[in-house]
Structures are given as structure tokens and as C-alpha cells.
Design a protein around this ligand. Structure first.
Ligand code: GZL
Length: 326
């Protein structure tokens, strides 16, 4: 019944004059769950699977909440469709993990007009009006990129010329934008560093294997692989092996990868990957904390960053790898 009145309320509010400010979400009655609509990027990587697992485990275990998750299969249009469905269903809260930063103004305004609070999770949205969302919880991707280039600076003598092959994730995603920015800024600073090519791997192992296999047919002069997530790195490693190119400690190509999934850390421990930069996906509990602060009327910071580090073969043990949750 509540949903019926919620839909009526939405229709009435959507028809209201421009500038109508959102009305705060109504709390569910005692025996009803607090319904959260969650638009997830997709299932493109091990990181994403771990992030989804963290979110579902956090809310499914709590009868006070009902989490409705829609998988956008890495298409922003699918996210718009999901969010508009959440509005019509009269959910109490919306969480968006945006595929890319641009294009969110209209649908976020629709959510605000419907009076539904929204958290942006993982990546960011590029909107003028930050009042369109409660908070953005995720990683500092520029910091991650800077950890990687600082390590490379410690590895490469200033008089040694290096060619860097750059595997990029989904173009326009905050993780891609900021990890790329860190590398390009560092290359501009170091006359002996050159980006030999930037290949588009869309954060998936299959796409990375495909573009690397094609690239390696004509180009084998590579000193460093800067790969914006582990799954693309795994695809690149397979392509290197098939092309007879060695990598990792003592190999031709130093490998830098982002996410630090257990599989990548195992390769790092075994000397096949040189640097794993952590990108923590396990922030379901933090998101729930923020929602509960909102429901109590407590203040919420506009940006919440998760803690992260970087690991090398020399800095991790097998026990550390075995202890990892994702
Ligand atoms: C980072 C996240 C990125 C991961 C990839 O927070 O958005 O998307 O680095 C994932 O593995 O596909």
C-alpha cells in the first residue's frame, strides 16, 4: 500500500513547479523494511564481484533492510532505466555505482524531485550541484596512481629510458581518469619515460587479452606495463606468454596493476607481478553506516575515502596473501 501512495507522491511531485525541493524520504512503518535500490556497474572484474558481495552480504543479513540490486552490464543507459524504476517503485534510498562520470545531472535531479536520498559509491559523478547526492564513498584513485608512479621512480634510474605500455579501463570512469592522470603527469615530469601506447581494455580480461595480442604482433619493445586493473593484467600476462615476452621480477617487463585481488597478490608474491596497488571493494558496511547516520539525521561528509596501500614481492608473505578477503 505504501508503494501505491509513494508512486502517487512521485507523480504529484514530478508534476510540481521547477525548483520544488525534494521531500525527505518517509521512514517505513514498523513492520516494513527500508528498501534500497542499488544500481551496480556490472560484473566485469573480480573487484566488482567482491564489491557486490560486500554490499549484498551487508544488507541481506539484516531484516530491517531490503536491497534491490540491478546489474547495468557496464552500460550507463541501463543505470538510468534502473534508477527510474526505483523511483516509480517508491524505494526509500538509492545507491549508484556510476559506470562513467558524465551524464548524471538529469536522473539525479529526478531522484531529488522524488525526495529519495542517494549515495554515489565507488566511482564519482561529474555534476555541478553536489546537493544532488548525500555523499560519494570510494577510493582516491589519483592517490593510487601516484603510489604506482612513486614506486616506478624508485625502480628506474633517472638516466634509463623506458617505454611504458598503458592498459586503460573503461574510458570516462573515475578509476580510469585518475589512474591515467597520475601516469601522464609523471611521464610529463620524466624526460626518460615514454608511453609507447595506450590500449583500451575496459577493465576486462578478455578485452585486454584481445588488444594486447594484436599490439604484440608488431611491438615488443616494452619495459613497463601500467595496467588499470588486475583482470586486464591477467589478460596481458597471457598475451605476453604467447608472444614469448618475460615479465615480473627479472623479466623484460615490470608489471604494475591496480585492485590487489588475492590472485594478483599471489602472482606478486611469486614474482610475476612487480607492484599491486590496492583498491578496496569491501565497503558495504561503511555504506550501511552512512545510511544509518542519514536516517538518524546525523551529518554526513560529502566525500568518504577508503584506506588503501601498495604491495611488492618483497613486502608480502604467503600468509598475507592467504588472509585476503577478496
Ligand atoms: C575501482 C573500480 C574499478 C576497479 C576495476 O573502484 O571502479 O572498476 O579497479 C572495476 O576492477 O572494474
Amino acid at each position: 500500500m505504501r508503494r501505491f501512495f509513494s508512486i502517487l507522491l512521485c507523480i504529484a511531485m514530478i508534476g510540481c513547479m521547477a525548483g520544488c525541493s525534494g521531500i525527505r524520504a518517509t521512514e517505513p512503518s514498523d513492520n516494513e523494511a527500508f528498501v534500497i535500490g542499488f544500481s551496480q556497474v556490472g560484473s566485469e572484474s573480480d573487484w566488482r564481484v567482491a564489491n557486490t558481495r560486500s554490499m549484498t552480504a551487508t544488507f541481506e543479513g539484516d531484516p530491517e533492510y531490503e536491497l534491490i540490486m540491478e546489474n547495468a552490464r557496464q552500460q550507463q543507459e541501463n543505470q538510468f532505466t534502473a534508477v527510474r524504476k526505483f523511483i516509480l517503485e517508491g524505494v526509500d534510498f538509492i545507491i549508484i555505482a556510476p559506470t562513467v562520470e558524465e551524464g548524471w545531472d538529469t536522473v539525479l535531479a529526478e531522484i531529488k524531485d522524488a525526495g529519495i536520498p542517494v549515495i554515489i559509491m565507488d566511482r564519482s559523478v561529474a555534476v555541478e550541484n553536489e546537493d544532488l547526492y548525500l555523499t560519494n564513498i570510494g577510493s582516491d584513485f589519483l592517490h593510487q596512481g601516484n603510489l604506482a608512479v612513486e614506486w616506478l621512480e624508485s625502480e628506474i634510474p633517472s638516466d634509463k629510458n623506458i617505454k611504458i605500455l598503458h592498459l586503460q579501463g573503461t574510458i570516462g570512469a573515475t578509476a580510469q581518469i585518475q589512474r591515467t592522470r597520475a601516469l601522464e603527469s609523471a611521464v610529463a615530469k620524466h624526460a626518460n619515460w615514454e608511453i609507447s601506447s595506450q590500449l583500451y581494455g575496459d577493465f576486462t580480461e578478455a578485452k585486454a587479452y584481445e588488444v594486447m595480442t594484436e599490439y604484440l604482433k608488431e611491438n615488443k619493445d616494452i619495459d613497463v606495463l601500467y595496467s588499470e586493473n588486475d583482470n586486464m593484467t591477467f589478460g596481458a600476462m597471457r598475451a605476453f606468454e604467447e608472444a614469448g615476452i618475460t615479465y615480473g621480477n627479472g623479466g623484460q617487463v615490470k608489471i604494475i596493476t591496480f585492485d590487489a585481488t588475492r590472485e594478483a597478490l599471489q602472482y606478486c608474491h611469486d614474482g610475476k607481478i612487480n607492484l599491486c596497488v590496492e583498491c578496496n571493494p569491501l565497503f558495504g558496511p561503511r555504506v550501511k553506516e552512512l545510511i544509518e547516520k542519514y536516517r538518524k539525521g546525523e551529518p554526513i561528509p560529502k566525500h568518504v575515502y577508503v584506506d588503501e596501500s601498495a604491495y611488492t614481492t618483497q613486502s608480502i608473505t604467503q600468509d598475507f596473501v592467504d588472509s585476503r578477503e577478496y
